[in-house]
Design a binder for this molecule. Sequence first.
Ligand code: FAD
Ligand code: SF4
Ligand code: SF4
Ligand code: SF4
Length: 397
Amino acid sequence: MTVRPLAIIPIKDCCGCEACANICPKSCITMQPDEQGFMHPIIDEAVCINCDLCRKACPILGEKSIGVAPKVIACKNRNDNIRSNSSSGGVFTALAEHIINDGGVVYGAAFNMQMEVGHQRIESIEELSALRGSKYTQSRIGDCLTRVKEDLRSGRKVLFTGTPCQIGGLRSYLGKNYEGLYCIEVVCHGIPSPAIFRHYLNSLETKAGSKISEFNFRDKTESWQQYSIRVKFENGALIHQRGAENPFQRGFIADLYTRPSCTACQFKKFASGADITLGDFWGSGIFGKEYNDDRGISLVCINSDKGEKLFNYIKSELFDIRPSTLLDATQFNPCIVRSTTMHPKSEKFWRAYKSEDFDALVTRLLHVPAWKTKLKTLPAYAKAVVKKIINVCIRRK
Ligand SMILES: Cc1cc2nc3c(=O)[nH]c(=O)nc-3n(C[C@H](O)[C@H](O)[C@H](O)COP(=O)(O)OP(=O)(O)OC[C@H]3O[C@@H](n4cnc5c(N)ncnc54)[C@H](O)[C@@H]3O)c2cc1C
Ligand code: SF4
Ligand code: SF4
Ligand code: SF4
């Protein structure tokens, strides 16, 4: 066996969409974790027949859709229970219920028993709760792209949901449009390493002396805007901690352990070909104070005629529907159009995480000295003077 990384694109550009592994007719591509725990394709050269299908299916190499100016809407799911259990306003569930009631199937990210995140195929309303809610770590696609094609060929409607690069990967793998396919992407900040998520879970399980049975990244019991992380253990222990104070979430938002490809994401600005984009409508203040009940508001960008038709089907399941603009959406949610930047101390994190307590390490790396915080509040001329003094001191050293 002669195995090596699949070299169709530079490793740093690979988003791990698994299109190459799904298309290979000889099954000689397997996805394996790199030293940071991100999945990358590995090829067994002895089996490869040089058919070039992997290159053709790679969305990084393919042409991207030209991002249209979408229709932008704010709205909420009518069903309080569904909205409370969704990360934003619960639009995903309304869309998925419509497809299932129409005899279709839905693909999305779910936890398995080992608390790993991977895409699953479901076809009943009862199974939907597994896909509900954001999981902030990269979801494994597995053989889902192959299964989507089988479903479409058998005439089933398919709702495929995921990050923009996963939508790009599916479209590139399929290579043509299918009438029955609906693609829904989430606005994507960037994706944290699954290995670090596991490492964090291990640290919690060691402290609690028990396995984790449930993990909720977006608990809204107290607030949507100031959501919490809620972790249940088999021994009954419970952690309920504000996202802004939770070490994993802080490291995620600060990009301490984000996938390198996310820093130059090729699927921003609706370039994935998704029919609808879903996110949090963080700028809901533009509709007045009373619009925000702090239980979740969805941002919906309708990017195609197909997306519009689908959205019209579920309109009766939603309320407080307000038309908005892309400018409103992006000023509060820049991830729609802009790639993230890796934290300057990311390398320090990777060097230290195996030997230091997770919580202490994240706190140390993200600590901002008081003088820096104060500096930010100074007027521009005073900032310039302080910077000059610092530079002179550095030069003298
Ligand atoms: C990694 C990640 C980063 C995000 N970053 C932002 C952001 O910066 N700004 C913003 O406004 N919104 C962001 N979102 C989207 C937001 O958190 C909600 O997922 C989205 O608004 C849908 O909410 P909902 O209430 O309609 O449905 P929910 O039920 O909350 O959402 C479930 C949907 O999310 C998908 N999903 C969940 N986890 C993953 C995953 N790991 N990989 C792929 N798909 C997943 C499911 O397949 C399903 O379609 C992000 C989501 C993820 C997964
Ligand atoms: S060239 Fe063809 S056989 Fe070889 S790895 Fe790519 S898809 Fe598989
Ligand atoms: S198809 Fe996806 S997983 Fe394969 S090399 Fe391209 S980006 Fe990476
Ligand atoms: S930021 Fe881009 S490359 Fe990274 S996970 Fe999101 S869609 Fe994929």
